[in-house]
Design a protein around this ligand. Structure first.
Ligand code: T5A
Length: 217
């Protein structure tokens, strides 16, 4: 059976990833491609428990950066083995709200952890199973926060960080896009929704053209 395709969405808080995921699902459906969606941290029962622990801790004990990094990868290990790889091996298309680039951006950029440690975990847990396509929704962090505030959701532990943290997160995302332009496509998310969707449509059209024929015999 043909191998499925793997798409990830990245960006700082409130960039519009969840909104874009809905659009991607509908757009691919019109092209007769059924895509399943998932998220990180999370995506399986155990990984969702880790998500709660890392984003909404129940105790007042501070979570150390090392613990945060390892929890992100613990959730990812579970997600890879129990959900992502089986789905890809079954020929499915998967779209995930965040994946490996988030660890480099948040734990590496935001927390300032050694990129080498992240790269080691990446090699171990993700290996060659990288997304075929990553859409980086790029927005100045303060605009993303304004949007998230308008939506009215409660802040999680990471969202409580200072603005400089998210500026560093964005910088690492943009550096990674520069290093891997074939995979990571930057979407200007600081424009009205229809203009964001138009950019995503262009990227998806190109992606489908080069990948779809090989997935459906
Ligand atoms: N994390 C994750 C790590 O630190 N390391 C890791 O390895 C991983 C995997 C996860 C957290 O975990 C961290 C990063 C995160 O801090 P999350 O669930 O991904 O958190 O949550 P957020 O990034 O906080 O996602 P949000 O749900 O806040 O934002 P979205 O999904 O980017 O934004 P969305 O689509 O909900 O849009 C926000 C609002 O803006 C509107 C929407 O309608 C919504 O109200 N909107 C627009 N408004 C105007 N113009 C547009 N173009 C708009 N697009 C959307």
């Amino acid at each position: 059976m043909a191998q499925g395709k793997f798409i990830s969405l990245e960006g700082t808080e409130g960039a519009g990833k969840s909104t874009a995921l809905q659009f991607i699902k509908q757009y691919l459906l019109k092209a007769n491609i059924d895509v399943v969606w998932t998220r990180e941290p999370g995506g399986t029962e155990v990984a969702e428990d880790i998500r709660r622990l890392v984003l909404h801790p129940m105790s007042f004990e501070e979570i150390e950066p090392e613990t945060e990094l390892l929890l992100m990868f613990a959730a990812r290990a579970q997600h890879m083995k129990k959900y992502i790889l089986p789905a890809l091996n079954a020929g499915k298309w998967i779209a995930t709200d965040r994946f490996i680039d988030a660890s480099y951006a948040y734990q590496g950029g935001g927390r300032g952890m050694e990129m080498n440690y992240i790269a080691m975990l990446d090699k171990w847990i993700v290996g060659t199973n990288y997304p075929h396509l990553t859409l980086l929704l790029d927005i100045p962090p303060e605009i993303g926060f304004q949007r998230a505030e308008l939506r009215g959701a409660e802040k999680d532990r990471i969202e409580e960080e200072k603005m400089e943290f998210f500026v560093r997160v964005r910088d690492v995302y943009l550096q990674r896009a520069k290093q891997d332009p074939a995979r990571i496509k930057i979407i200007d998310a600081n424009v009205p929704l229809f203009a964001v969707e138009s950019q995503i449509r262009n990227v998806l059209d190109e992606f489908i053209k080069t990948h779809h024929s090989s997935t459906r015999p």
